[in-house]
Structures are given as C-alpha cells and as structure tokens.
Design a binder for this molecule. Sequence first.
Ligand SMILES: O=C1O[C@H](COP(=O)(O)O)[C@@H](O)[C@H](O)[C@H]1O
Length: 228
Amino acid sequence: MHVFDNGAALAEGLAEAVASALSAAVAARGTASIAVSGGSTPKAFFKALSGKALDWPNVTVTLVDERFVAPDSDRSNEKLVKDNLLIETAASAIFQPLFYPTATAEEAAATVSKQTAAIGCPFDVVILGMGGDGHTASFFPGGSRLAEALDLATPRGVMTMEAEGAGEPRLTFTFSSLQDARLLVLHIEGAAKKDVLAKAEAPGDEAEMPIRAILRRAASPLQIYWAP
Ligand SMILES: O=C1O[C@H](COP(=O)(O)O)[C@@H](O)[C@H](O)[C@H]1O
C-alpha cells in the first residue's frame, strides 16, 4: 500500500508511476495502453498525468467502465477523461471510448469489444477505483451479469451491467481483461474508503463486495494508492 499525506501528493506520485510504466511500454513494444476509472476520485491524478512528457501519440487511453450516457453528460466517464486527462501534452493520446450512440448498451459493448481486441492483452496500466458498496469497474453488488463479469473464463472485452446502485446501464471491461495489467492499481482516498477496503479484505462473498475478486484473484500484484 502506497500511503500519501494528501490527495495532491498521491496524484503526483501515482502520475509518476504511471508515466514511467507507459514510457517503459512504449520503449519495449512501441505502443502503450491504459484503462482508467471514472467517478469523483481520479480528477487530480488525471491532471497530474496530463502534463507528463510521454510519447502520447503512441498511448491509447480507454476506460475501465462507462455509463451508457452521451459523452456530453456530466455522468459520462468519457467527459471526465476528456476534460481532465486528454489535455496538455496528453491531448495527443489516442482515446478509445466505451460509449457509442447505438440503440442499446449491448450493441455498444459488442462494437467496443471488437475495437479493443488488439489492445489490453494485457493492458500496460489499469487504474481501478472502488465505490462505498465495494464495487470496482462496473462490477456492482447485485449486478445483472456480475457472475459472468467476474468469471476468469469470460473472455476479454466489454460487457453490459445493470444494478440498482449503478444508475444508468453500464459498460464494463470484464475481470479477465483487467486482472493481469502490467501495472494494476487501486486508487482510493479518504477514511471511509479505507474502512471499505478493510471490510473487503476480510472473509466474505465476492458477490457482496466485487472488489474482492481483484484483491483475491488478480494475476498481477495489486498496488494500492491511498491518501486521507
Ligand atoms: O461508478 C463509478 O464509481 C467508481 C468509484 O467512484 P468514486 O466516485 O467513489 O471515486 C469508479 O471507480 C467507477 O469507474 C465509476 O464508474
């Protein structure tokens, strides 16, 4: 667990670690991929990362999960990323959205799964968040397709999810897509999230707190970044 004095220090420390992982990926393979979370936590980290000197035109940025809402909605994770990460030097990165204006979320999921088949095998970097209910990505307790999403045998790609706590229908990369990232990070802030993490680390059903799937079964070591 990487502990920082405050959110600003965490944002800078995490941005440094991610920039270094993306640079190493570009040096090794010519391109790099990163999947980031939405929600309220990552804004300062996005801003810190956006100014890093990287070969951004060879970096693909995508989302771990998305709400099935238009990209101009304040609920859109794509909007959050465009407003806070794809600016400054990072404006030249390639962005792969999860939302498409299809009739259904299922159609968007099928489209994105095809488009992302060539990236994220594995992702160079995955940044996960965690909700107060123990969800991560759009793996929500009580989610309509939670068991399928968390099954390692479910192929890499994007699927739909609906849940009472989720608001709109969701699009989410599957557990198999995220758990083997070369750099796998859980970014949480505040005492309440620390308590949720402690609860998730205790014995209990994965379906009650889906973050447990990552804590228990991820192939990559999980780097936890926390600040009060
Ligand atoms: O719904 C979501 O929430 C989680 C956590 O968000 P936060 O506001 O508590 O930081 C986020 O990781 C996920 O990507 C997002 O879609």
